[in-house]
Design a protein around this ligand. Sequence first.
Ligand SMILES: [Zn+2]
Length: 368
Amino acid sequence: MSSSSGTTGSPTYSGFTLKDREITNDNQARALVRLGIEPGDVVMHASVLSMWIAGIPGVDSMMAYGVCLVPVGALSGVERVAQIARDTRPKSIKCTVSFAQYLAKHMEERTGIDPATLGLEKVVVFGEPGGSIPQIYEPLEKSFGGAMVHDIMGATGCHSPTGISCEEHNGIHFYAEDNAMFEICDPESLQSLPIEDGVEGEIVFTGLERECGPLIRWRDKDIIQVTTEPCRCGRPGPRMLFKGRVDDMLLVKGVNVFPNAVRDVINKTSTLTTGNIRIVKSSPGPVVPAPVLVKVEVKAGLPDQKKQTLAGDLDNAIHHQLRFRATFDFIDEGEFELLKGATGKTHLVEQINEQHGPLGRNDEQRNI
Ligand SMILES: [Zn+2]
């Protein structure tokens, strides 16, 4: 049995019969074949070893394929990951985007081991957006010595994983047409939209041939953009780009805003920022009054005068591209505390209670 991460409510449970596991194993094999990983290759699993679908169930299906699995987990810390990677020389490492960033940033200073020297060929990331965003995957590829970053995805009620990005970094190739049916729906009316190039909406999955607890038209609450144009890699089928979570969607001046979109604009506008941001809101629900307060981590030692100019640049870019005004709380590099959920996902929205200050780091306390 597996369960969803439950970051926005009660977990959703999925059971697996023997046949369900066989189909899941087959889907996992499709991802590994696309990565060029063969049975016997060493793969490091540097993520939670829990009943989250990417935890034990992911480990189970990778072992069924025959990889030599190194289940180091994510909780043992950067020191242990570095030491075991140096000793076992994995071809691929699998972890969340933010853990990959953490390893890239801290491994050498903490352990003396440069991640670029580990001989990794693939860094497979999941669980949060980033693996398909150039501002995030390019620095990772550089830090890991030219290893290619791939973005892998799954869906509740399906035989996950259901897709992986290719070497063209051109969206996630959906490869599970025979065992997972998807629809793209308008997130408000829930009407199914035609699958055509560029269509964007909430993805709704139906796992096919699932024996245990089949979920019919299950809303995973992800907003996806579908591309049907042929990919340069030559592989067929639709590709998916993760745009945000329905639950994360904010409403600013009547316009839908995804926290990821704010992060993208900030990343593209200035090289003085590190990529870590968090939108601060003081009332429950999706409505956020403008100007929106955004905490932004900036490179160490940035003088106040440059921060003032940066605030102006970022405000203009956000106003131009997302149509609202923002104010900024700049936090020096190294002092920005990431808010993490139970599975290590980073929260981009911080809910503060105006009278009592930040609510803390617990999911139950509504940090989305
Ligand atoms: Zn491709």
